[in-house]
Design a protein. Structure first.
Length: 157
């Protein structure tokens, strides 16, 4: 069963860990000096926060596949969407080893589609905007997390 992924950039990591631990009635599954993650079953969500210099708020959304078969199913849907897909393949991000791809919705919101294959002691690195298909390169800038983002003129948030 797939799991919704939400990654939020925060200014106060210890205060945010306390808040979300209380809200979810659960301690983080992963806790680092700049990152925390809750793998919740009710609701079924992978909720992560990080303090790595990004603007506070939603960093990106995603769908976490439980296995390679589910990942292939979601990749097939991405191929049918009218959007440029950045296929990262095997990578390290957010203290985890994963197979992943990225896509931006029509409003420029980054969506990560991935299958976690293991843990990492390193946070990992951002996908390079130069790895995007040419149609998606314009207006991108690196983020504090692992995804390039699309710059939107006049964006308020």
């Amino acid at each position: 069963m797939k799991r919704l992924h939400i990654h939020v950039a925060v200014d106060d990591l210890p205060g945010s860990i306390n808040f979300y631990s209380t809200l979810f009635a659960s301690a983080p599954t992963v806790e680092k000096s700049d990152y925390a993650k809750w793998m919740l079953e009710d609701p079924r969500v992978n909720f992560a926060i990080s303090a790595r210099g990004a603007k506070t708020g939603i960093e990106h959304l995603g769908i976490q596949a439980e296995d390679g078969e589910e990942l292939a199913e979601v990749y097939q849907r991405l191929a049918s969407a009218d959007a440029a897909v950045l296929e990262e393949g095997e990578t390290t991000c957010c203290y985890a080893k994963s197979e992943k791809s990225w896509v931006h919705d029509p409003s420029g919101i980054a969506w990560e589609v991935f299958h976690t294959t293991g843990e990492s002691v390193n946070y990992g690195g951002a996908a390079a905007a130069t790895d995007l298909p040419p149609s998606a390169r314009a207006g991108t800038e690196p983020q504090a997390c692992c995804t390039p983002t699309v710059k939107r003129d006049g964006a308020c948030c």
